[in-house]
Ligand binder design. Sequence first.
Ligand code: BGC
Length: 838
Amino acid sequence: MPKIYASRSNEISSREKRNMDRAKKIAAKGMVLLKNEGLLPLTKDKKTLAIFGSGVRRTVKGGTGSGDVNSRTVCTIEQGLQEAGFEIGTSEWLDLYDQLCAQALNEYMEAFMKAIKEKGQGGVLYALENPYRDPDVPSITDEDIKGLDKKLAIYVIARTSGEGSDRRVKPGDYELSEVEIKNLDKLCDSFEKVIVVLNVGGVIDTKYLRSKSEIGAILLMSQLGNISGNVLADVLVGNVTPSGKLTATWAENYSDYPSAETFGRINGDVADEYYTEGIFVGYRWFDSFGIKPAYPFGYGLSYTKFDSSVQDVSLKDEQLLICVKVTNTGDKYAGQEIIQTYVSQPQGVCNKPYQILAGFAKTKELRPKESETLSIKVRIRDLASYDVKNACWVLEKGEYLLRVGTHSRNTAICAVLELDRNIVIEKCQNKLALDCDIKEVVADKSKFYSYESQVKEYSSAKRINISNLEIKTDIVEYSNNPAEIKTGLVAQLSNEELATLCVGSARGGFGQQSVIGAASTACPGAAGDTTSLLIEKYGIRNMVLADGPAGLRLSKSFVTDSQGNIIPSLGESAMGGIEQLLGMPVPQRPEDAIDYYQYCTAIPIATALAQSWDVDAIEEAGDIVGEEMEEFSVDVWLAPGMNIQRNPLCGRNFEYYSEDPFLSGMCAAADVRGVQKHKGRGTCIKHFAMNNLEDNRSHNNSHASEQTIREIYLKGFEIAIKEAKPVSVMTSYNLLNGIHTANSYDLLTSILRDEWGFDGLVMTDWGTTGGGDMNPAMDNKYGFSDSALCIKAGNDLIMPGSQEDVDLILEGLNNGVISRAELQKCALRIINQIWLNN
Ligand code: BGC
């Protein structure tokens, strides 16, 4: 019987309170002020608020699916403002919206029950693909605004999205709904000024908002976890100055994104995704092709003003040091500024964008007139490109322009690095060849973004010659077929025991007895366990794996009998009681039943964390999770998620940091450090790799060139691994150039282990080998990944696992597809991880 770590008391604990306070401080740093014509912070005389919009009472704390964290409570915007002393002058309108939502939920549940009746447990997957979404808001009438002070109104636009389905370019999702526009028109006509708050997890269309002069402030609140409302109140009243900056480009028009017409289901093809935009993702696209964004990458305002000036740029060994003095020139508010460094690489053999982000730093909170000198480091190695023709990472000869500023469209050239020869940083082999012909976009310098003062900046910039740098070329040695291990524990294990170890504990089969995102039997609500079958004979204990990234995802409560046996389906399960809906037998609550509680902190979504550009704050967010993992005895956190926000419609973008690989890598590294400073607690960075859409995610083939894959989609993972050593990596659902990532030896062994030196554990995503089909009736062009080939590829652990996976591994051994040595290698990595966690 597993030991129970949950609390017997339902009282809020001091840990919960402390972590909420910590989360508040972190969350405030990730809000981005997009526009402010003196409306914010609110003046002290404001007491009764005219506040409308879907997010006021139904505040979205984060997205749905496995990335949703079951916190005890969520402080809504309404509550947060009330606790800050405001009165809400619009409660009748908010009540009406509540009624509409209750009605819509009833209708949804009816459809859900029908799907369950028809599809059995496939109904759960139906729910993922067709998630419940709140209906549109009611119109604001004259009656609703009667008696309200007409100086100022606030409108909160909320959106939610999640695992299993992508967003749509339609009203109420990417676009504003007709009613939202009508409501905002009404407020703009009736009130002197309007503030818009965006309680969203990703980009929305802001064209309308920017077109209305009455909308004097736009605040991207983002989705901040269970303390959302309190944090917003603090920022609105000016207790805290927002200091976040965008980590994705917000386009003028959806059609400005390079994958706009082909992404996911838009072109009717959910089987093949062609990455024809190549390396031109996010600002790399907008800047290289002269497209003006609505809000550029790295953009964000403050309540105060800053002045910054580059003091010095120097080169030491292989690293540039850029010193920038930042002064708060305002006279009222304290605030923090973020300085960003971009580099324009020389055009050569490799395709290159206008610029890439290469470094950043954030000041402490500067009081009015206070200054700080930031030191930003840029490693010369990080400026290399991947040359497919010569299979190497290379710094091509030419000039590298160093740009420093406050967002991607507001920088100045402060140094020019001169290189008169090509320097090969790393010699490797091409491993991810395209499985079809695609025509990738190529840079055209004549279209690059340009601005008036650049010629002058260029001619007065400091010149630094880097030709004589002695940069060593790393030559990768790729591993050979492993030899059988003849001594130690893995030598003693039979083939069956080895296979058992390499398959998670949900032996009833994924999608049958286990529910997605909550398959653990040891820790209710955790996503899964490794096997417990070898405890008695070998002392190899199971590990508990639980989701993130917006905190630790466990059931809020559960019930045991007096002997401590967990009684499934009682208590508030991680899936909100879905087992009961599925008609699984719901046991009677025994008289001597004991209740247990495991309330975790819902921290801000990953995008909001990244928007802080504050690696210390992100490390602290990881520290919160690590502390809670210790309390509930969770071994591995299935986070951070670090796929690239390639297109704003990806349903899980909120779980990811950015469109930029460098920033994603640095944020993930900080998150990992925060968790792993807790002894025995590990992280699992995911989804490796190119899981950039959700519709038909298990059967989608991403086609991209090796340069694109390595520079954009793998780079962040590489940085996180090299900087912070996460203990594990989760593969993705999709195929990459024709091979399931879960089965890709080239990706999981040659690149991840041989090139990057990763020596931890690799696991599959849940149900990659079968069972987790969103739409079993659909005739898919590509199938599931193969259990035996997972082992061959170096994918050590199949999660959540089924007896079928064990059987298929054994079959693979018998028919020579895999060797005992390969299976031993995977098993050994699992055992090593268990020992490490002990
Ligand atoms: C998600 C993973 C998650 C896993 C376990 C999958 O559906 O893609 O991110 O960690 O479930 O819940």
